[in-house]
Design a protein around this ligand. Structure first.
Ligand SMILES: Cc1ncc(COP(=O)(O)O)c(C=O)c1O
Length: 385
């Protein structure tokens, strides 16, 4: 697979490549600029050539590959009746909190957070409680367990939306951290909705642990969401999976979606199975490519962008750039106007994201290098003024 090959995405209805003006390099929304694995493209071609696209039944073989994969990759035992399909993880966790909370209950999440976490509680009629993570001197983040527990107690929190691996910080929470989170949630009867969409893009030195795999008790208190979308670059197809091991929570989840949210579309299911079954060789190469991009950024951001700090992501293709020491009041606006680079603005990830931008490095190295050099040029002109 040639990950250096640039494919024109502007003509492909890509939101990433059509949101900003044509001269802007987009490094915002989280899909990559890599063609999906050949096995996915072939499976879609084959299914399209059949020519009839009636209502789809989820194939047993798709359940089987998910079950095999969870066992092989994470030593997690999952069975068919515990699996449900949803057309997106955002849909999944919004349904999950509606399934487990009553009007007026509170939902907690850790910030900085993927922006749809911030809006999910209120759109369901619940209160929103954010637990700020603690930033270390090197830019990496730790969980503030004391305030997490205090906020749960003080606000009568009923659900916790966990993001692991974490977007935007790139943290992969370790066993001890997950155990501590799970234990606090169990003690205070808080259901865990675990968004694990990034679980397969984890760098070599780190290991993803599904929180539900910690123990039977934790699995009975958790709804987990996974998807092939980030891993194999098929986010636009909307195939996602809910794994719910408590019969009671499974029933509540089904009730919350009934008549409102159906399964992913036919082609999404085809692509998901092909990717899970045959995409892992491609995935290994993709992670190797992303590792080079990540390491290049970690080495060059401090050198080329004075005042910008970036911790080494342990997972994801997202860099969380702390621009507060540059003195820029709005770095997203600055880099858009002066360097023509389109980022996600940090404040969308919570108030502790002000002064940050999120950089998507899931692109060709040539595009990444050019973007950082343009940012560097823009910063040096500002300094000279
Ligand atoms: C943590 C996280 N959850 C969910 C999503 C989106 O999932 P979906 O497109 O399946 O709703 C993203 C996309 O960036 C994400 O980073």
């Amino acid at each position: 697979m040639d990950f250096d090959r640039v494919v024109d995405r502007r003509q492909s209805d890509s939101i990433k490549w059509n949101y900003y003006d044509e001269d802007v390099t987009p490094m915002w929304i989280a899909d990559t600029d890599f063609e999906s694995p050949p096995c996915v493209i072939e499976a879609l071609h084959e299914r399209v050539s059949h020519g009839i696209f009636g209502y789809a039944k989820v194939a047993d073989s798709l359940y089987d590959v998910i079950i095999e994969r969870k066992k092989q990759r994470f030593n997690w035992d999952v069975s068919k009746p515990q699996i449900s399909f949803v057309p997106g993880i955002v849909t999944g966790f919004n349904l999950a909190i509606r399934a487990v909370c009553q009007p007026g209950d509170a939902v907690i999440y850790q910030t900085p957070a993927y922006p749809p976490f911030l809006s999910a509680p209120e759109s369901g009629g619940f209160r929103s409680v954010h637990n700020e993570m603690i930033q270390q001197a090197d830019g990496s983040y730790l969980i503030d367990f004391d305030s997490f527990e205090r906020q749960i107690v003080d606000n009568r929190v009923k659900a916790f939306i966990l993001c692991n691996p974490q977007n935007p910080t790139g943290r992969v929470f370790n066993r001890k951290e997950l155990e501590q989170l799970a234990e606090i949630c169990l003690r205070h009867h808080v259901v865990i909705c675990s968004d694990e969409i990034h679980c397969d893009i984890v760098y070599h030195e780190h290991t993803h642990i599904p929180i539900a795999s910690l123990s039977k008790e934790v699995s009975e208190n958790t709804l987990t969401f996974i998807a092939p979308s980030k891993t194999y670059n098929i986010a636009g197809l909307h195939a996602s999976v809910a794994i719910i091991q408590s019969e009671k929570l499974f029933t509540q989840f089904c009730r919350a979606r009934e008549g409102i949210v159906g399964n992913p579309g036919l082609l999404a299911l085809v692509a998901a199975e092909a990717a899970f079954r045959g995409g892992d060789d491609w995935l290994r190469q993709c992670i190797d490519y992303l590792t080079v991009n990540r390491d290049w950024l970690v080495e060059n951001v401090p050198r080329l962008l004075p005042g910008v700090k970036m911790a080494k992501p342990q997972a994801t293709f997202l860099g969380w750039l702390d621009c507060r020491e540059t003195g820029l009041t709005n770095p997203q606006k600055f880099f858009l106007e002066k360097a023509r680079i389109g980022f996600n603005e940090g404040s969308a990830f919570g108030s502790n994201g002000c002064g940050f931008v999120r950089l998507n490095f899931g692109t060709q190295m040539a595009i990444l290098e050019d973007a950082v050099r343009r940012m560097s040029g823009a910063l040096s002109v500002t300094r000279a003024c």
